[in-house]
Ligand binder design. Structure first.
Ligand SMILES: [Zn+2]
Length: 220
């Protein structure tokens, strides 16, 4: 018997209403992991690391600012593992920041009896946090991490995902400008050179000359 495909329970209600859910511009999307609900098979630190990696991929592709906080009261997104439908089937569910709801705490719930490992969790959180910043499921047939069925071959947001994220969070930050190149200068001291000088009275003196020269170059 074939296994039911993994999917996300999110139901696209906002899409049906024709709204685009998003946080107000400039919102720092804070999140908190409930330490009392870590899944079997992963330690708290492993769980935290995987979730941080899954969330952290979004600020690389859009103007999202996200940060973990240490107190649940400060979190816009409260992440926990809860019973959903047993193993397989539904992996998680996450509320979208739809109009009028952006000031209330949202939840991301992950099914606590799935056989999570760090990589599986990271990929699923990447999808779920896409909802947390307002993305719907991608249309059927689209190759996207926001497809409703989990595709373990996708390790990174795809063009559809990036375009939708940028509609809500703005463009990805430009790479930090490299500072203007500073001239590099160097003074080189050459060996001392003895120079014989004959004076008018026929005597000879030896002067020791130390030539120096400097150069500067601009690093490309
Ligand atoms: Zn989903």
């Amino acid at each position: 018997m074939s296994q039911r495909p993994y999917r996300c329970i999110h139901t696209d209600r906002a899409a049906l209403a024709g709204r685009m859910c998003k946080w107000p511009a400039g919102t720092l999307v804070t999140w908190y992991l409930d330490p009392s609900s870590v899944p079997l098979g992963l330690s708290y630190s492993e769980t935290l690391k995987a979730i941080t990696a899954g969330i952290g991929i979004w600020p690389q592709v859009c103007g999202l600012q996200a940060a973990r906080v240490n107190s649940p009261e400060q979190a816009r997104v409260f992440i926990s593992f809860r019973p959903i439908d047993g193993s397989n089937g539904i992996l998680g569910q996450t509320q979208l920041p739809c109009e009028g709801l952006s000031n209330v705490q949202h939840t991301m719930q992950l099914d606590n009896v799935e056989r999570w490992d760090a990589d599986f969790l990271r990929r699923v959180v990447m999808h779920e946090f896409g909802h947390a910043i307002g993305l719907e499921h991608a249309p059927d047939g689209t190759v996207a991490v926001m497809a409703k069925y989990y595709d373990r071959s996708l390790d990174y947001p795809q063009p559809w995902d990036v375009a939708e994220a940028q509609k809500r969070c703005g463009p990805a930050p430009a790479n930090q400008p490299t500072p203007a190149p500073k001239p590099v200068s160097q003074t080189v001291t050459l060996p001392q050179i003895p120079v014989n000088i004959q004076l008018d009275d026929g005597s000879t003196v030896v002067l020791t000359v130390t030539p120096t020269f400097s150069f500067s170059v601009e690093r490309k």
